[in-house]
Ligand binder design. Structure first.
Ligand code: PMP
Length: 401
């Protein structure tokens, strides 16, 4: 295409006009002060660069079943990329829905016991998309205080009235639904809380929501592959898969070792999300390689229903050796309190070849900074014992310093 000379000259003049004198005071100078405040409070974060050939024992990941590096999962990612390309090339609504997406969605819906499922680019976006599509202005959300940030952000973006109740407080949920007027209402919770792996009272929350005519959205990110029959999650364990007024979200980035989020639901909810969920509509479809990998991991989970129990046995052994609570899922949470000490212990463990998660505010409430160790199904007893020895020794050194 050629541009008429007069138009080209005008647009050049517009660019010249738009050059402005730089401000004398950097409007982002405040960032240095903010960084100093975070550093003083022990809240500065360094990105840990993981090398491909690192011999470190990794207990900081969410790769619960150890499937992220499984050769069949990696081969499936490669096959999907070869079939459909390195990206999905467009929004799901345009040409970004490949046969890989379609096949996976049918299979995971069937596995979880729902008529339908829809993938998003991440678990974060699945939660934001589902919540914002289901409630809006004039509606009520009752949110459990222990929910993941992606649910919290979905609640904020929805523009609905949000009432936050204490973690796992079923009575407070019922009370909030009784005392606040609403057109539609949605209760949101994690089924297994992400910070400490404790289960939420999902059956009680469902009963309270159902009695008040509210829907319940349950995030099973930390329950898929961990709880329930064959790893089908806590909702399936409670016999609630497919129940009316219930929506399940989960992720492909933890037990399935890949990337992406899933909403499992009725077909009516799925159709509504396709038409109305903004992170579905405006986001490029999830990478085919991630879908292929997650699908292969799901196949491995189906074929090896003992994997979740193996994971939980490793988690129980780790917790017992480190003095943590008996875990209900994969996470062993060791509360340290002070963020500086938590960071020092995590760094000390890293120096000894053991990676552990270190959670500080805002991920956890002030004063409850902690180490978060995630067990994996592929950890043998000797490795668990070695990790526990390292953690116990380093923790004792730091706490007595
Ligand atoms: N829900 C929960 C409970 C999570 O813990 C996480 C991730 N840590 C997410 C959703 C977000 O999932 P993703 O990382 O796939 O975006």
């Amino acid at each position: 295409m050629t541009i008429a000379p007069s138009i080209a000259a005008e647009s050049e003049a517009a660019v010249a006009d738009s050059t402005v004198t730089p401000p004398t005071v950097d409007p982002l100078a405040w960032l240095a002060d903010a960084a100093a405040v975070r550093a003083d409070a022990g809240l500065h974060r360094e990105l840990l660069v993981r090398q491909a050939d690192s011999p470190a024992i990794n207990l900081a990941s969410n790769d619960y079943l150890g499937l992220s590096g499984h050769p069949d999962v990696i081969a499936a990612a490669q096959r999907a990329a070869a079939r459909f390309g390195a990206g999905s090339t467009a929004s799901r609504l345009v040409v970004g829905t490949t046969a890989a997406h379609d096949e996976f969605e049918r299979d995971i819906a069937d596995f979880l016991g729902w008529p339908a499922a829809l993938c998003f680019s991440s678990g974060y976006l699945a939660n934001v998309g589902a919540i914002t599509a289901l409630v809006g202005r004039g509606d009520l959300i009752v949110s459990d205080a222990g929910t993941h940030a992606s649910l919290i952000d979905g609640c904020r973006l929805s523009r609905a009235q949000v009432v936050v109740v204490g973690r796992g407080d079923v009575d407070a949920v019922a009370e909030a639904l009784r005392t606040n007027a609403f057109r539609r209402a949605l209760v949101v919770t994690d089924s297994v809380y992400s910070i400490d792996g404790e289960p939420a009272p999902v059956a009680g929350l469902y009963a309270a929501a159902h009695a008040a005519g509210a829907a319940l959205l349950v995030d099973e990110a930390h329950a898929l592959g961990v709880r329930g029959p064959g790893g089908r999650g806590l909702v399936a364990e409670l016999g609630l898969a497919g129940a009316p007024g219930l929506i399940v979200t989960t992720v492909m980035s933890k037990s399935l070792g890949a990337q992406g989020g899933v909403v499992a639901s009725s077909t009516l909810v799925r159709e509504h999300l396709i038409d109305c969920a903004r992170p579905f509509i405006f986001d490029t479809g999830l990478n085919p390689a991630a879908v292929g990998a997650a699908h292969a991991a799901l196949g491995i989970l189906r074929a090896n229903p003992e994997l979740p129990q193996r994971l939980r046995t490793a988690a129980a052994r780790l917790a017992a050796k480190c003095g943590g609570h008996e875990p209900a899922a994969a996470v062993v949470s060791l509360i340290i309190g002070d963020p500086h000490q938590a960071v020092a212990i995590a760094a000390g463990c890293r120096a000894e070849g053991v990676l552990v998660g270190c959670f500080r505010p805002p991920s956890v409430p002030a004063g409850t900074s902690r180490l978060r160790l995630t067990a994996r199904a592929d950890l043998d007893d000797a490795t668990v014992d070695h990790v526990a020895d390292v953690v116990n020794r380093v923790r004792a050194q730091v706490m007595s310093a």
